[in-house]
Design a binder for this molecule. Structure first.
Ligand code: NAD
Length: 434
């Protein structure tokens, strides 16, 4: 409820003075202890995650291990004071101070990982935090809260679940200094507006419509499974999944056939069953949206291979490969966030760059080729926060992740990401006597 959210902000506000003065080594140690708790309870957390989110158990185990790894890496980072001038005139020091109360709002695709992305840097930088998981995936995050309640001082981490109704309250609260948000572009815009009155610091990691550009010099048999993985991991519900697959004409049919064969073999089932490749879509709204995109692809002239719904309760959908679609169709222009790989034909390297960039999104993108120079030439022209060559969704705690264009504001991870949880404070001391 709003009252509980108010209590959470109050607790975070009360905890801030002591926490911000706690030496960074101690804050890092506590972040490491949270990582220990994830590690010690990984099996149970992964089971909860699969049950609430839908992803296959090995992917859930991977998410818990990732969350642990990100926390551990963040706990190695510190905020050194820099001396930017020290001469006869003055000594000028630049420090990075904590901001205060941070609100972390999380999407339902990676509840644990995304929470770790916010908790780690917020705490290391000396802030306190209120975390709000998505309404359809609060369970693992609340369990984490129970596991760390005696590890973290009271009020430093607060977790509050909602019915998709507390976002506006939290992101406009005058006591909140910063919002770190992962979710849709639309909600990102709302948060920017609701933080405007008090000029909140914002980090927004939003949606994407990543290209994977597959050049005609690749080994199709080797690349197809990697493209499938890039498009279908977590049932396609990944912000940086490959969502528009541009395939060069000479290998278009061969690549389509290879992807369709992999899709046909993929086991779609309950994520807790061994051998499941794709679990269900996470929630009904997403399931309905993805099915409507498939319908529109059929109506707009695309050839849909797969994409059948399973005759059983739950939001199960077989992976779909969509041929013969291009720009101007919904499945290409919109973010599907589901198990659909649209294949778009191209012929010319310059033309594909232009088409890849003709979008409001700019999260990631990849180029696939056996010719490094040719791949690099294209990659360097893609307007996105991350461009991969011969891989996709390769991220890490030491690598800054940013959304270009309307895919985001600011950076997460790396020293750049940690810096976003701080306020610059300059101390400038004249050398002449007072
Ligand atoms: P969403 O924006 O609907 O919800 C995300 C979170 O915002 C939820 O916790 C929700 O309760 C909360 N929220 C809803 N309305 C709010 C408001 N007015 N103010 C504040 N908070 C509010 O997004 P979703 O549909 O849950 O997630 C899917 C989207 O997230 C996709 O577009 C995907 O690409 C994006 N995403 C991006 C990243 C990234 O790092 N860039 C990662 C995962 C997901």
């Amino acid at each position: 409820s709003i009252d509980q959210a108010g209590e959470a902000v109050k607790a975070a506000t009360a905890a801030f003075p002591a926490w911000s003065r706690t030496p960074i080594e101690k804050r890092q140690a506590i972040v490491n202890k949270i990582a220990d708790a994830l590690n010690a309870n990984a099996a149970e957390l992964a089971r909860i995650l699969t049950a609430e989110q839908g992803k296959p158990l090995p992917e859930a185990q991977g998410e818990i291990a990732w969350a642990e790894g990100y926390l551990r890496h963040t706990a190695t980072m510190s905020l050194e004071m820099k001396v930017v001038q020290d001469d006869a005139a003055a000594r000028v020091e630049v420090r990075r101070m904590p901001l205060g109360v941070v609100v972390g709002i999380v999407a339902w695709n990676f509840p644990m990982l995304l929470a770790a992305w916010k908790i780690g840097p917020a705490l290391v930088a000396g802030n306190t935090i209120v975390i709000k998981p998505a309404p359809t995936t609060p369970a693992a995050t609340l369990k984490l809260g129970a596991l760390i309640k005696d590890i973290v001082p009271p009020g430093v981490i607060n977790i509050i679940a909602d019915d998709n109704d507390l976002g506006p309250y939290l992101t406009s609260h005058p006591a909140v200094a910063k919002v770190s948000f992962t979710g849709s572009v639309e909600t990102g815009r709302k948060i920017m507006k609701s933080g405007a009155d008090t000029l909140k610091r914002l980090t927004l990691e939003l949606g994407g419509n990543d290209v994977a550009i597959v050049l005609d010099d690749v080994n199709v048999a080797e690349v197809a499974p990697k493209i499938f993985e890039a498009a279908m991991t977590n049932c396609g519900q990944v912000c940086i999944a490959a969502k528009r697959i541009y395939v060069q004409g000479a290998i278009y049919e061969e690549m389509a056939a290879a992807l369709a064969a992999i899709a046909k073999d993929a086991v779609v089932d309950d994520g807790s069953k061994q051998g499941t490749r794709l679990g269900p879509l996470q929630n009904k709204a997403q399931y309905d949206k993805v099915r409507s995109l498939l319908d529109s692809a059929r109506k707009q002239g695309g050839t849909v291979i797969g994409g059948e719904t399973l005759d059983r309760p739950g939001y199960f959908l077989r992976p779909a490969i969509v041929k013969n679609v291009k720009e101007g169709t919904r499945i290409v222009d919109e973010e599907q966030f589901g198990p659909i790989a649209p294949l778009i034909r191209f012929e010319d390297d310059d033309d594909v760059v232009r088409r890849a960039n003709a979008t409001q999104y700019g999260l990631g993108g990849s180029v696939w080729s056996s010719n490094p120079a040719r791949a690099r030439k294209i990659a360097e022209q893609i307007e996105a926060g991350t461009v991969w060559i011969n891989q996709h969704i390769a991220i890490g705690p030491h690598i800054p992740m940013a959304g270009a264009k309307q895919s985001g504001v600011g950076v997460e991870q790396g020293p750049e990401g940690l810096a976003e949880f701080t306020q610059v404070r300059v101390l400038s001391i004249a050398k002449s006597a007072a």
